[in-house]
Design a protein around this ligand. Structure first.
Ligand code: HEM
Length: 500
């Protein structure tokens, strides 16, 4: 494994055309035939190699977040965080860590529109000296559901109908109306924040509560916020529709274009910090990803800046093959009991092994190149490392030369322990939670036009729902959050011709 920046990005190209085994190609225009007008010969390795490699050019697209754009840059920590975390890259103000960020829409296919109404993915890979930390968040501080068991069903309703292969408004609202914990995220999604003007003009959030752990093993609960320095800009319904047809790649183009001309986007990074022991008595379940912590309770503390200043030199190698996971962590950053997060810890590396193969961490864009990877994982498809050469491939071991040994003395590498009690079971979420309070507060926080646009965007989308019972159920949720909101949606749908 290399210990320097990914080499594929800097390798100069030879200008001599060769086959994949390095043989100079004499003729790239004419296949080898038996006689001038005869059939093609099997011995034409160049043709067979070229066609068969082409046949395999596509890897599976991401099952969600398939359409995206990415860029390189760095994160500079601007505060001394040693009281909160022992993560080496967060110790000293001024320390810069290289990063790769990828932004995405969620539901659409790889060729879908950048202007779709959808949350936006906000994923950042921090190449730290202690390994890679991936912050795999969204441009929204909350999510639709809070149990990973629901995720595949939820996503199916956002994709295409199994029979018609069309987007299905009935499935979309049927699921959401039967999973009312989604209302908070629905409120954000149907505000104009559901159609950001570009990736540069949106914020990013860890959404989940994560942990920071200091050198004494003391943990704090934190939420990460990335506030755009470009200012928030969103499309209205009409602008998004116009952009959809005129330039479905608008956000991809905007990000690449800005960086190409030296207009580097940046985000001010802040934390909300909570003492671990405060969680039990807080008004909201801090492990419920459908809830925020109001800033009045836990104000933002600025800790750094993320800047993107280099475009990928190859989209497939760097953006398509990038593999982010909430389980890629470093000492000093830890997981919490958030059930959704726990599900994600498994799901991402699992999909990477399917999408990119078991050695996906060896791909240059994914290599933890500032740390030295040393373990007993060997062989496997597409292993293009030195495969740890002749060193022993087991541990514990006592031979010379020695292989990698576990470092028991480094307590920082340990997970923090959590006290548990109770019996195993399938528990519904904290019954005292009120899923309608935060969405109602958000509705009331919106100013006149923001509220008008929210109602308009909902009405435009729900007009496509055929089953009136689904509409009524969802209106019930809006009304429960705020009676005026429910009434306005109902009136809007009636004006649009729905018989409710
Ligand atoms: C991508 C699963 C919830 C943010 C993905 C991918 C899967 C997945 C399988 C494709 C990854 C790849 O092919 O590389 C899940 C599951 C979830 C969940 C099972 C819930 C149990 C969330 C939440 C967020 C989120 C709550 C944000 C807070 C993202 C982002 C990507 C992604 C940003 C794209 C990463 C990239 O740019 O490559 N998710 N997800 N996901 N997910 Fe989730």
């Amino acid at each position: 494994m290399t210990h320097t920046a990914p080499t594929i990005l800097a390798t100069p190209l030879s200008n001599v055309l060769t086959t994949s085994n390095g043989n100079p190609v004499d003729d790239n225009q004419n296949s080898m035939t038996a006689g001038e007008f005869g059939p093609i010969l099997l011995q034409d390795f160049h043709l067979i190699d070229k066609l068969s490699h082409f046949d395999r050019e596509r890897v599976p697209e991401r099952v969600v977040h398939a359409k995206g754009a990415g860029a390189h840059g760095h994160f500079e920590v601007t505060a001394d965080l040693s009281q909160l975390t022992c993560a080496k890259f967060l110790q000293k103000p001024g320390t810069k860590t290289p990063v790769f960020a990828r932004f995405s829409t969620v539901g659409g296919e790889k060729g879908s529109s950048d202007s779709a109404r959808d949350p936006r993915g906000f994923a950042v890979k921090f190449y730290t000296e202690e390994g890679n930390w991936d912050m795999v968040g969204n441009n929204t501080p909350v999510f639709f559901i809070r149990d990973p068991l629901k995720f595949p069903d939820f996503i199916h309703t956002q994709k295409r109908n199994p029979q018609t292969n069309l987007k299905d408004a009935d499935a979309f609202w049927d699921f959401l109306s039967l999973a009312h914990e989604s209302l908070h995220q629905v409120t954000i999604l149907f505000s104009n924040r559901g159609t950001p003007n570009s990736y540069r003009h949106m914020d990013g959030f860890s959404s989940h509560t994560l942990k920071l752990v200091n050198a004494q093993g003391v943990a704090h609960l934190v939420k990460w916020h990335f506030k755009t320095d470009q200012g928030i800009k969103n499309h209205t319904l009409e602008e998004a529709a116009a952009m959809d047809s005129s330039n479905p790649d608008s956000s991809t183009e905007d990000l690449f274009g800005a960086i190409a001309k030296g207009d580097f986007p940046s985000w001010t990074v802040s934390l909300q910090v909570m003492k671990e022991e405060d969680a039990a008595n807080y008004r909201w379940n801090v492990f419920d990803v459908t809830k925020v912590w109001p800033h009045s309770d836990y104000p933002l503390q600025k800790i750094g800046k993320l800047t993107l200043d280099r475009n990928p030199s190859n989209y497939f190698a760097e953006v398509e093959q990038a593999a982010f996971s909430p389980s890629h962590m470093v000492p000093g950053i830890d997981v919490t009991n958030d059930k959704m997060l726990q599900g994600r810890l498994f799901s991402y590396p699992d999909t990477h092994r399917h999408r990119l193969g078991p050695n996906y961490q060896q791909l240059p864009i994914n290599q933890p190149y500032r740390a030295k990877v040393s373990n007993n994982q060997r062989d496997g498809a597409q292993n293009f490392s030195e495969n740890f050469r002749h060193f022993p491939n087991y541990e514990p071991q006592s031979q010379e030369p020695a292989g990698p040994q576990q470092q028991l003395q480094d307590i920082r590498a340990k997970y923090t322990s959590v006290k548990l009690n109770g019996r195993t079971g399938r528990y519904g979420h904290n019954k005292t939670d009120d899923d309608f309070v935060q969405p109602g507060n958000l509705y009331r926080l919106m100013k006149g036009k923001e509220q008008d646009d929210l109602v308009k965007n909902i009405v435009a989308h729900m007009s496509n729902v055929k089953n009136v019972e689904i509409i009524k159920r969802q209106i019930g949720h809006f009304s429960k959050a705020d009676p005026e909101w429910g009434r306005r949606v109902e009136e809007g749908l009636k004006a649009a011709g729905k018989h409710l």
